[in-house]
Design a protein around this ligand. Structure first.
Ligand SMILES: *[C@@H]1O[C@H](CO)[C@@H](O)[C@H](O)[C@H]1NC(C)=O
Ligand SMILES: *[C@@H]1O[C@H](CO)[C@@H](O)[C@H](O)[C@H]1NC(C)=O
Ligand SMILES: *[C@@H]1O[C@H](CO)[C@@H](O)[C@H](O)[C@H]1NC(C)=O
Ligand SMILES: *[C@@H]1O[C@H](CO)[C@@H](O)[C@H](O)[C@H]1NC(C)=O
Length: 267
């Protein structure tokens, strides 16, 4: 079936994350710790306890989490030293009661928030407090990926430049999105990724300029959207491909080619 392409409005949703405003427990300057409880290599005791870099004896397992929107989350925070009386989680979601045990598990059945920053904290017997943030990425594979030629309403002309447009709908986080344009099985190019801190799903349009030659008459173009979530991401990366658009050229009948009335086709 042949149909003219419709330009799709750029829908860039700049959504300010509301969940990231969850306050980190207030840090009161810790009094110097007795020297014997400090593991080797820790900074001088005058450093306030804040995060592992300053000698905070907290460990979160796993240390980084990449979770699909709607999936469950579990993280175990444990304290490796004596001298800490209370262990707690601070998250903008249901949290377990602080405990006097050596570990505390935070569990959510379905993660349906964006930009969450879980923090595990411990209170020292001496009155200090230290905490560690669990880096958490909530992702959502694209809902739909589609391709079209921008402003193409008729057959193509050789030697002209045309713009391919790949629309990736409702994907998060957009900074991890990689789009590749293809002609048949040939990768044509990968537009630059988006430098954005937006954590909620957005719709993003990528473009690629092409100047097809007549030998490409009937060539099929498509695009692919992939979330590259790193080593902590899912084993199988989320890849969504578009439909295909086919080029049709307007050739001069003098050259022995038939004029094709078709526009370009979507399958
Ligand atoms: C949490 O971690 C601690 C320390 O590694 C371990 O002893 C405990 O069994 C863990 N708890 C769970 C529920 O995984
Ligand atoms: C994807 O987007 C294209 C173009 O807007 C539309 O024709 C198609 O129906 C959409 N598919 C889904 C599954 O939403
Ligand atoms: C497409 O056509 C519209 C309306 O004529 C124009 O405003 C827009 O700039 C064109 N876009 C491109 C990429 O040529
Ligand atoms: C991304 O954007 C931030 C803020 O605008 C900027 O500081 C940073 O240099 C940019 N990074 C890249 C790789 O462009």
């Amino acid at each position: 079936m042949c149909a003219p392409g419709r330009p799709i409005a750029l829908l860039l949703l700049y959504v300010i994350s509301s969940a990231s405003s969850s306050p980190v427990p207030t840090l009161t300057p810790a009094p110097p710790l007795p020297l014997q409880v400090l593991p080797p290599g820790t900074p001088p005791p005058s450093t306030p306890l804040s995060g592992s870099a300053a000698g905070c004896p907290l460990t979160v397992s796993p240390s980084t989490l990449v979770v699909r929107f709607g999936d469950p989350v579990t993280a175990n925070c444990s304290v490796s030293q004596m001298g800490f009386s209370l262990l707690g989680w601070k998250v903008s979601l249901p949290t377990p009661e602080p405990t006097m045990d050596r570990f505390l598990v935070w569990r959510v059945d379905r993660i349906t928030d964006w930009g969450i920053q879980p923090v595990c904290y411990a209170l020292a017997d001496t009155g200090g407090k230290c905490d560690i943030t669990l880096p958490l990425t909530v992702y959502k594979p694209p809902q739909n990926v589609s391709i079209s030629f921008v402003n193409l309403t008729g057959p193509m002309l050789e030697g002209r430049q045309y713009t391919l447009q790949c629309t990736v709908e409702h994907v998060a986080p957009v900074k991890d999105l990689r789009v590749t344009f293809y002609r048949g099985q040939t990768a044509l190019g990968q537009p630059q990724s988006i430098n954005s801190t937006v954590e909620t799903p957005v719709t993003q349009i990528f473009t690629l300029d092409i100047s097809p030659g007549r030998e490409e008459d009937g060539a099929e173009y498509w695009c692919e959207a992939k979330l590259e979530l790193g080593l902590d991401g899912p084993e199988l990366p989320s890849v969504v491909t578009s439909q295909k658009v086919t080029t049709y050229f307007l050739f001069s009948p003098v050259n022995g080619y038939e004029l094709r009335k078709g526009l370009y086709c979507e399958r």
